[in-house]
Design a protein around this ligand. Sequence first.
Ligand code: 3NM
Length: 202
Amino acid sequence: MDADLLTIDAGTALAVAVAAGVRLFQYRNKSGSRKEVYNVSHELADMVKRSGGVFIVNDHADIAKAVDADGVHLGQDDLPIAYGRKIMGQNKLIGISTHSVEQAREAETAGADYIGFGPLFPTTTKETGPHQGVERLRLLRNAVMLPVLAIGGITPNNLAEAMQAGADGVAVISAVLSAPDPGAVARDLIKRINTFGSTSNR
Ligand code: 3NM
């Protein structure tokens, strides 16, 4: 969930996603104050806990720890994984955004629990370099054992390409949040994901 793309409040958006069957949530807020990120994360963490889902805070390991989130997601320019682990402890999840096989291998060696890889397709949600494409995802899939979540420009129409290239799952922002009926798109994505068995070799 990206704070800058929300047209309704975060709690309402989360309730819609929970009702649609989404179980893994990340709160991403690049423009708000840390106080706002803390307050919203606190509310969302409680809601996700009640729903039985998994809640990850983007960027801020201290806030993730403070709200007892299930994990933190770090970018290449954020805290090193070892320090994130120090804050979060052994029992929480640490995810890392990666944009190359080399970064994915580094994340695996450093003890990440999962990696994001992207942008798989063109996206305007984040300023990124050129998109990676499914062939690079396929190469990365074969280079690491960690769960790989594909991100960037994923929609119900191209989700199959990501899964067929070896993604264990997908992370989606605008296709859901910018849709006239976010719940319907989330249900559609989940239905399509569930047609793929586990592709991993773990
Ligand atoms: N990270 P949408 S691409 C947050 O490549 C983010 O690491 C990316 O949003 C990466 O689903 C991205 O709207 C934007 O394209 C994803």
